[in-house]
Design a protein around this ligand. Structure first.
Ligand code: ADP
Length: 279
């Protein structure tokens, strides 16, 4: 029997982030979930397997950083290191955050890859086998590995499902949708995919669910709202929560100011204020 990728051996939880369509906020939910977990003291790794449009390096503000090779394998890019954080009441308050993405391996940010299935599969296998998935000090095992996938169910999903089959218990998948998409077949396709490959659906997040007016703080349901909850009720899934459209969110995501991202803005703008429950 094939063995689990060695580099995943110590990872405590593996969670996939899926969506039926692009542009619904899957990568945004991945970044915010990762930052929330870091803020709760967990060591988090994020793997971006959206090989044709890797956006996480930009979203995390580490677009121009480089992946390094060590004797143990590829060292992912550090987004946040808690190495110098003070120890309060016997522990560090924040965890560490590292990211691996094809984006780091492309010479030019405007480059994209046009690969056939087998090449994509080989790349994903390498991401799981050759990356040193550990906390900030290079030794502590990761608490969470979040895997951001491309929209739909494509070669990348099949490859990851095959690789993870040998990786021990995978916690499952979070499905991100928008109110308009909720009733469409795309979300159900994701759910069916999870069933086929034995991934547990951890729950559904409804993103862009209403718009909170920055002036009067009133929430307007531009599209519909509540579909995510109904979908979950009808399919017996967990509804994790909804996130409104927030104009400041785009500003922060697009911000390239690393100081702001590390120290304040991005780490403050977390789910703490929303209804999304920690995993
Ligand atoms: P996906 O990964 O599903 O393609 P992204 O996470 O890249 O989607 O989001 C698409 C765009 O929508 C990005 O510009 C992102 O900043 C924006 N966005 C996502 N969620 C929200 C939100 N709740 N409020 C405002 N903008 C959002």
């Amino acid at each position: 029997m094939e063995e689990a990728p060695r580099s995943l051996a110590g990872v405590r939880h593996i969670v996939l982030i899926l969506s039926g369509k692009g542009g619904v906020g899957k990568s945004s939910v991945t970044t915010q979930t990762a930052l929330t977990l870091v803020n709760h003291g967990y060591n988090v790794g994020v793997l971006d397997i959206d090989l044709t449009g890797p956006s996480l390096p930009r979203m995390f503000g580490v677009e121009y950083k480089q992946v390094h090779q060590s004797t143990a394998g590829w060292v992912p890019v550090s987004v946040y290191s808690n190495a110098n954080d003070p120890i309060v009441e016997g522990k560090k308050q924040r965890g560490s955050l590292s990211l691996m993405s094809l984006g780091f391996l492309l010479g030019d940010r405007n480059n994209s890859v046009v690969w056939r299935g087998p090449k994509k599969t080989a790349m994903i296998r390498q991401f799981l086998k050759d990356v040193v998935w550990t906390g900030g000090d290079g030794k502590t095992p990761l608490d969470y590995l979040l895997i951001d996938t491309p929209p739909g169910t494509s070669d990348e999903h099949i490859a990851i499902a095959e690789e993870l089959r040998y990786a021990g218990p995978i916690d499952g998948a979070i499905i991100v949708t928008t109110p308009q998409q909720v009733a469409t077949a795309d979300v159900r396709k994701e759910i069916n995919f999870c069933k086929k490959v034995n991934f547990n659906v951890l729950g559904v997040v409804e993103n862009m669910s209403g718009f909170i007016c920055p002036h009067c703080a009133e929430c307007t349901n531009i599209f519909s709202s509540g579909g995510g909850q109904q979908l979950c009720e009808s399919l017996d899934l967990t509804f994790l929560g909804n996130i409104p459209i927030d104009p400041t969110f785009v500003e922060m995501i697009e911000s390239q100011d690393n100081e702001e991202i590390h120290g304040k803005k991005k780490l403050i703008h977390l789910y703490d204020d929303s209804e999304l429950k920690p995993i």
